[in-house]
Structure formats: C-alpha cells, structure tokens
Design a protein around this ligand. Structure first.
Ligand code: GUN
Length: 286
C-alpha cells in the first residue's frame, strides 16, 4: 500500500484550520509564524513557498524574510533577537542549510526555545532525549510526520525491528528516538556501516534519510517491510526522487511512502501543528 502524505497532510491541515478559526474569539488573534530564508538554495525556496501556502490553508499569519546569500551572521542573529522579543510572533524558523559563513549552531541556539517550531534548540533536543512527561516541548517536524505516516498505515512499532539510514540531527537521530520511545528495536546505519544490505533486510520498518537517489533497492528490503522515504533527491534526468528505488521496493513493501507526496507534505503539516503548540503554550504557561 502506498501511503499518501499529501492526502493525510490535507486532512490534518483542514482539522487545524477549524481549530485556528476559533482562536481570534478565544485568544484575540491567530498564530504568527516567521520564516527566515538566507540565500538562493533552490530546494529551500520550494520548501519555504510550500510553508507559506500551508500557513494560508490553516489560517496563520505568516512573514518570510528573504535575505541575500552574503548577509552577515550577526545580521541574522540580530533579526532573531528582535523576533524573540516581538510578542506578536509565536514561531521562528530559519531554513537550513545556511550559507557556509553562518553558523547553524549559533543560529539555532539564538532562537527562543518557546518559539523554536523546528524543535532544534538544544533544550528542546534534550527534552526529546529525556522523554519529559509533559507534551509542551516541540518535536522535530519530519520525524513527527514519519510517525503519523506509520500510524496512518496501521504499522505496528512496538517490538519491531526498525532500521534508520542516516544519523542527521534533523531526521536520523530524532526519528530513532521516537521509534525507541514506541518500543521498536532501533539500528542506526550510516556511511561506515558494514554489510548494510544485511542490516536493512532485517528491518520491519525501514527509514531512509541519507540523500542518495534511489539508494535502497528491492534486494535490500524484507518482504512485508514498511518503508519510509525521506529523500529529496534528483535522479539522472534531474527529476525529484527519493532515497528509495520505488519501482523495485514497492512490490515487496507492505506500506511505502512516495516521493514527492510522502514525507515532505507531512513535515510541513507538523510545522503547522508545532506552531499551534507554541502559540497555545504562550496562553497557557503564563
Ligand atoms: N531544511 C530541511 N528540512 C528542514 C526543517 O525541517 N527545518 C528547517 N529549518 N530547515 C530544513
């Protein structure tokens, strides 16, 4: 079965739109998300446009600052400081990757943790790894979107073998923790993993987040596995494709997500729900 992230995201965004429509009456305004985009990375431009569209669908106020590639780091940090202090702003997202002269670590740390809709701030990361009992901390969007896709596909997680390809801060590490929290036995693979296909063939749940076009082929996948493709790659013809070779893997998988239309829309959907959470926290945690 192919799980459509596009359809699931549309359904969830429609539900959020109904919720947001009640906010002016309850709280006097709607959530306000600010996105900062530095430079001209084509992938990032597409992401940011899709974020703007999603904000319109759910009914958020949104502002995008498009800054030139050569913007000094300090200018970005100053802008973040202003937005942190601005009471009308609920969420701040700086699109990654940043140009090389700007430190991602510094930028991520500069965002107030209460407005960190990405869940990348060290305190939000720590909260994720400590499994805090309260649910007021934001979980990174792509990993949360993957969990929602698995739930939509009725994929059982507890007791299953999950193999995650990739160990990034944005996807590989946090999805591993979310799967572990749901009682999967998790293996994290990377470029130095030996006998990779041996490992992936054991996976009941396989998450591919390495950024290599069509890397996962049918012979690497167990019959009946759930396969989640996080890749946003370009194939030999310059066309968008995933880390999974859909043609050879789909016949073996019990569930699989397509690219495009799988994880990508769910990431944006979870960004919307994280923004609502940050907005609501401001009214309930005073
Ligand atoms: N670039 C790719 N994915 C993401 C994401 O989830 N958040 C941000 N800020 N940048 C990204």
């Amino acid at each position: 079965m192919v799980i459509s992230g596009k359809e699931l995201a549309a359904k969830l965004k429609a539900e959020m739109a109904e919720q947001v429509a009640e906010f002016p009456g309850k709280y006097g305004r709607v959530p306000h998300l600010v996105v900062i985009l530095v430079g001209n990375d084509p992938g990032s431009q597409t992401y940011v446009r899709n974020k703007e569209k999603a904000c319109d669908v759910v009914g958020f106020k949104h502002t995008t600052y498009r800054l030139p590639e050569d913007t000094p780091e300090q200018e970005v940090l100053d802008r973040i400081a202003e937005l942190n202090a601005d009471d009308s702003v609920d969420g701040i997202l700086v699109q990654l990757p940043l140009p090389r002269h700007i430190s991602e670590t510094k930028v991520i740390e500069a965002i107030a943790k209460e407005k960190d809709v990405d869940g990348f701030h060290p305190l939000n990361t720590a909260a994720l790894w400590q499994k805090r009992p309260n649910n007021t901390c934001v979980v990174p969007c792509t990993p949360m979107g993957i969990i929602k896709l698995l739930e939509e596909g009725n994929v059982e997680i507890a007791g299953k073998k999950a193999v995650v390809l990739g160990r990034s801060q944005i996807v590989g590490l946090p999805i591993s923790k979310l799967l572990l929290d749901r009682n999967a036995t998790v293996t994290i693979c990377h470029s130095r993993t030996k006998d990779l296909a041996e490992v992936t063939r054991q996976a009941d749940i396989l998450v591919a987040a390495i950024g290599k076009a069509k890397f996962v082929t049918g012979d690497m996948v167990k019959e009946g596995a759930a396969v989640i493709d996080v890749g946003m790659d370009l194939d030999e013809n310059g066309k968008l494709c995933g880390d999974v070779d859909f043609a050879s893997v789909e016949p073996k998988a019990s569930v699989i997500t397509p690219v495009p239309g799988g994880v990508g829309p769910m990431t944006i959907c979870c960004l919307m729900s994280n923004t609502i959470q940050c907005f609501l926290n401001r009214f309930t945690q005073k």
